[in-house]
Design a protein around this ligand. Structure first.
Ligand code: 5GP
Ligand code: ZN
Length: 136
């Protein structure tokens, strides 16, 4: 995609601090990290989001994420790591090339990943589960 900033990073047209690279993925330091050590994993083949991502890339992505998460944890000795992946503007996606965030966490960090809670009426969860299941 000629207009995509992550495609330009993957091709080397835009420089990045690279953490990992193989035939299918490049992982780089996020330019505006939530916490130092924040990495984003980019499949080399452009997909806008999870909905466009091919099964093969989806399967490999978690293997890459796990390798890098272990390396981050070993290097910076963080207390935990969040894997975060945004799809759609409403979900916080700002770059429309699928990517996974690895966000290191410390007990006293300033990251907030939080949500309120809705409740189901009787039978609603089962009926929604059935409807979703029918689409898989
Ligand atoms: P999103 O909000 O789409 O889930 O995440 C996009 C991420 O890409 C943001 O965390 C942002 O800081 C990062 N980002 C945007 N432009 C660049 C760039 O040019 N280089 C790097 N390394 N990261 C970028
Ligand atoms: Zn792209």
């Amino acid at each position: 995609m000629s207009n995509c900033i992550f495609c330009k990073i993957i091709s080397g047209e835009i420089p990045s601090a690279t953490v990992y690279e193989d035939n299918d993925f490049k992982a780089i330091m996020d330019i505006s990290p939530a916490v130092k050590g924040h990495v984003i994993i980019l499949p080399k083949k452009h997909s806008a989001d999870l909905f466009e991502l091919e099964d093969d890339s989806a399967a490999k992505a978690l293997i890459v994420a796990r390798k890098i998460a272990k390396a981050i944890k070993e290097e910076i000795n963080c207390d935990g790591i969040n894997l975060l992946q945004n799809n759609g503007e409403v979900a916080g996606q700002t770059v429309f090339h699928f990517h996974i965030h690895l966000i290191p966490r410390y007990k006293q960090d300033k990251v907030e990943i939080t949500w309120g809670h809705e409740t189901y009426v009787d039978g609603e969860a089962v009926s929604l589960a059935t409807a979703i299941a029918a689409r898989i």
